[in-house]
Design a protein around this ligand. Sequence first.
Ligand code: ADP
Ligand code: ZN
Length: 622
Amino acid sequence: MQPRDPQHLLKSVFGYDRFRGFQREVIDHVAGGGDALVLMPTGGGKSICYQLPALLRPGVGVVISPLIALMQDQVAALSELGVRAAFLNSTLDARAAARVEQQLRAGALDLVYIAPERLLGERTLRLLTECHEAGRLALFAIDEAHCVSQWGHDFRPEYGQLALLRERFAAVPRVALTATADAPTRREIVERLLVDARVFVASFDRPNIRYRIVEKREPREQLLRFIRDEHPDETGIVYCLARNTVDEVAAFLGDNGIHALPYHAGMDGASRATNQARFLRADEANGGAVVMVATIAFGMGIDKPDVRFVAHLDMPKSIEGYFQETGRAGRDGAAAEAWMTYGLADVVQQRRLIELSEADANYKRLSTAKLDAMLGLAEAGDCRRVRLLAYFGEASSACGNCDNCLEPPQLWDATDAARKLLSCIYRCQQASGFSFAATHIIDVLRGKMNEKVEKYGHDRLSTWGIGNDLPEAEWRLVLRQLVALHIVEVDHDTFNVLRLTEASRAVLKGERRIELRRHEGKSARKGPGKGRARERKRGAETVLANGDEALFERLRTWRASVAKAHGVPAYVVFHDSTLRTVAQLRPQNEAELAAVPGVGEKKLANYGAAIVAVVQGRGQAP
Ligand code: ADP
Ligand code: ZN
């Protein structure tokens, strides 16, 4: 094998035995001078698609990324691998920046990360031209390439100007990468930034993420229980729609002994940056796990690999959003969970946001369609993953790692119940000349007296008490489903009263069947107990025997002290999955250790002896 052979570099530098998916194809294509667009979900392994060609080609690979906050850790991780990397952005003072420029001129770097606005400055462009003329520009990698799309919510004007790369540096290959791009965005990226690009699209499945959507009852308590029972001392993200909810939930978790930090656009820049930095570095070497409670302002580029859960207290407005946000869990490939509480209020609130928005009718229609797809996922009684992937045009079969696969909900034919509910809305309206809200309608259905029933004589209606076979909670589910399907409308401007819609007729006439999941409270206790949760959670990971688990913990302790000493996050030293394999295989010398995935030559040289010592119980502080 040649030292410049991709397979050899994968092992010697990154410590991996095999390429994932089409990594090898991208690498060969780009190393051969071609342009490429790479679509892979978060955690899929995009970085190697530009890092390796940069090592294969002469000169430096220029990585353009809007995520300044991450550059330092990315560079630290590469340095740990023995790759010569640096970054150029506004966080560097003039002297540090001059040093990086000097390294670039001297051809002393394999990779340089640059913020787009920095790259577009005349000074940097001149420097790159110099490198180019000396034959020392390996490639351009344009990360988060969807930022070029004017229609996307991450639009960055500087990204459009990156078109000049193909004009000024025509011979230098470009690889654009993103985890989020629908068909129009893909076209935009290719048209605006690349030349004759090959497009590589990976499966969007994230098999290690378990999807769970639960009924919203007391969301905060549910969240607290979820974290305490299933993810104690683990790092996660909690998404809320509103800024004040973020503050309240963060305080609530804090009061309950969980290390939670808020993040939203209403906070000043400095506290936001501090909280983000604390989150990104949260690990056993840096004060333990952190739960970030945030609006979606906390988003792009959160590439902390060991986020163990993403919780949604409010439903996102589209499946794209849901997929992107939940995708921040489990980038290291170990088991992770996407958990969401969902209730009628979510449906009503999101519909309302669309109505109130100032967008044109076309955009509103589009938003409504996106929301409906999301509602379909939330209401689904079958495999969540199948639905999720189908949305992105990918066929799959039941996954065995979502709530509906693990504990199939009981489904029942709610067509009759739906008709009763619709008739009741209709009768009350007809009798009194105006509409009523959910609580009243359900009271009438269940034959339950209240002030309004008395006042308007609704106990004399034909629908009085026809629904007393179902508990109130079950009726709310029927209603929620009907609202989700546009069969009932909630008028938020008039006390949330319920109205029939065009679509009601088909149900009333018995032409449309409604299927529902049983209310969770009725079956056995939901939310697995502690022991069971732990056991289930381990499902996707290698289960360690007792002795191995103890060794794993010792290795983590060793890693924490190394990370602390070097001032880097623990995962930069070694990933959990690598330490777990070490604990199982118990390598007795460095040659055996080299076979463990994730141990490249540089790490072997730096840490090999120390790890073997820990394995042999001779571990001492580094
Ligand atoms: P992305 O940028 O697509 O979100 P990364 O490039 O950060 O993902 O890769 C995610 C994780 O997968 C990283 O921990 C990376 O080291 C690991 N990884 C990437 N390629 C491979 C491979 N061929 N074999 C094993 N692990 C890999
Ligand atoms: Zn499933």
